[in-house]
Ligand binder design. Structure first.
Ligand code: EPU
Length: 421
């Protein structure tokens, strides 16, 4: 198992480039199940999660080929296998995004029901309600969801849950509705840029989707979809992580391939903290004031503050000049990084879905354990700011969502070594 040794206290300076978005690439790869024609998807990051979905799709009869420029060529060869087993879903919950496309195209899908997850309870009831509303028959057998239909029928459905809209639920229903008979209206749909990217891809395949980026998405069903070429949007979470990297090391970064319009709530908080952010076409210049102001943050569905940047911002706020309050409204238990940061001298107190961050003068290196993807990114950020050598264990979590993170950070002055134990 790999770990990182991070020599803290270096100031980052230079230029880094953001990859294509993981969370846009995954449902777009799954949507290729909707046609037997070839698709070319550009800027697909080379990450553990993408490789995992590649294996899942291969078992479903899809041929995928990665070209040296991060383009994936994807084409369905055989439509007879429709099972995605527990092992696949256990390794990566996002495997659930094959459910809608499989059902719509093959009329049958068997996908293992996802279990628990490090960031809290993550049910899929809304995905199933949505598919039922489109006429699917769904039962649970041996831990697997078995979904069947002749042809799905368009319907009006409400997809909101106790924590707002669902990203992959919207992806599943939107994909399923493209091939349904008649019109589907999804009310309380996710507005995330990754859903807009998926919708644009589906439209390029011949789907008829309008209202993308709003909570009301309308899909006019078509008889079939064809192949296309598509460029994945930049990863806003990777970009946000680099912004914190500049700020927490008191450094200065130029971040290329970054769309600030996808990060407005996050940038708003960073500016209040005292981080300078200036946009120049698709590059962003980030540098930080020595003094960090405390701020209050509440995670929300897009366009609110993203839960996937909560842990990273917390790392920064541990060093602010005063008390901050961070409230999780998407995953109330997504705070596994709190005790680890406290081991590094942070002063964090968790009260239900809220963490009170009392700023400290410095962080001190310690051995810490990564528990999930974004928590591990936050620990790397904390390690870069800490005094001494921090060891972050279980970095396989970070490899799920960041391509060569240590190489990118080292290229702008970080001192991170990957080693195996
Ligand atoms: N929810 C339900 N019922 C459902 C589905 C979701 O109650 O049927 C709840 C969830 O428990 C959560 C909220 O709704 O409280 C939002 O969950 P959502 O379904 O939107 O999450 P997701 O689609 O499973 C995606 C990202 C996550 C990201 C969330 C929220 C992908 C592959 N994953 O997950 O990304 O945190 O949206 O923005 O797109 C990550 O990249 O580190 C990551 C976890």
């Amino acid at each position: 198992m790999y770990f990182f040794e991070i020599q803290g206290g270096t100031r980052l300076k230079g230029t880094v480039k953001v990859n294509g978005s993981k969370n846009a690439a995954l449902p777009i790869m799954a949507a290729c199940l909707l046609t037997t024609e070839p698709n070319r998807i550009k800027s697909v990051p080379d990450l553990a999660d993408v490789r995992h979905l590649t294996e899942v799709l291969t078992k479903l009869g899809v041929q995928l080929q990665r070209l040296p420029d991060n383009t994936l060529q994807i084409q369905v060869q055989d439509e007879t296998q429709s099972l995605t087993d527990y092992d696949s879903v256990r390794k990566m919950r996002a495997s659930i995004c094959v459910l809608g496309p499989l059902l719509a195209r093959r009329g049958y899908a068997e996908v293992s029901m996802p279990g628990g997850c490090a960031i809290g309870d993550r049910p899929i009831d809304l995905h199933l309600r949505g598919l039922r509303a489109l006429g699917a028959q769904i039962e649970l057998k041996g831990g697997n969801i078995i979904a069947k239909c002749k042809r799905l029928r368009g319907a009006e459905l409400f997809l909101g849950g106790p924590f707002g809209s669902t990203v992959l639920g919207t992806a599943n229903i939107m994909c399923a509705a493209t091939l349904a008979e008649g019109q589907t209206i999804i009310e309380s749909a996710a507005c995330e840029p990754e859903i807009v990217d998926l919708g644009n891809f589906l439209n390029a395949m011949g789907a008829k989707i309008s209202g993308l980026g709003t909570p009301r998405i309308t899909i006019q069903g078509v008889d079939e979809l064809g192949g296309t070429e598509h460029q994945i949007i930049p990863d806003r979470i990777e970009a946000g992580t680099f912004m914190v990297a500049a700020a927490i090391t008191n450094g200065e970064l130029i971040i290329e391939n970054c769309r600030t319009e996808h990060l407005m709530a996050f940038i708003d908080r960073l500016r209040l903290i005292g981080v300078h952010i200036e946009k120049d076409n698709h590059a962003v210049h980030v540098c930080s004031a020595r003094r960090l102001n405390p701020v209050d943050v509440t995670t929300q569905p897009y366009p609110g503050f993203p839960t996937d940047l909560q842990a990273q911002l917390m790392a920064l706020l541990t060093l602010a000049d005063g008390n901050s309050i961070i409230t999780e409204k998407i995953y109330p238990d997504r705070f596994m990084h709190v005790p680890e940061m406290n081991r590094m001298g942070a002063d964090l107190r968790k009260e239900g879905p809220t963490v009170i961050v009392a700023g400290v003068r410095k962080l001190i290196a310690a051995p810490v354990m990564a528990s999930d993807l974004r928590a591990s990114a936050a620990l790397v950020l904390a390690g870069m700011a800490a005094e001494g050598n921090t060891i972050v264990r279980r970095v396989y979590h970070i490899d799920r969502g960041y391509q060569n993170i240590e190489e990118k950070l080292n290229s702008v002055g970080a001192k991170i070594t990957r080693a195996s134990e």
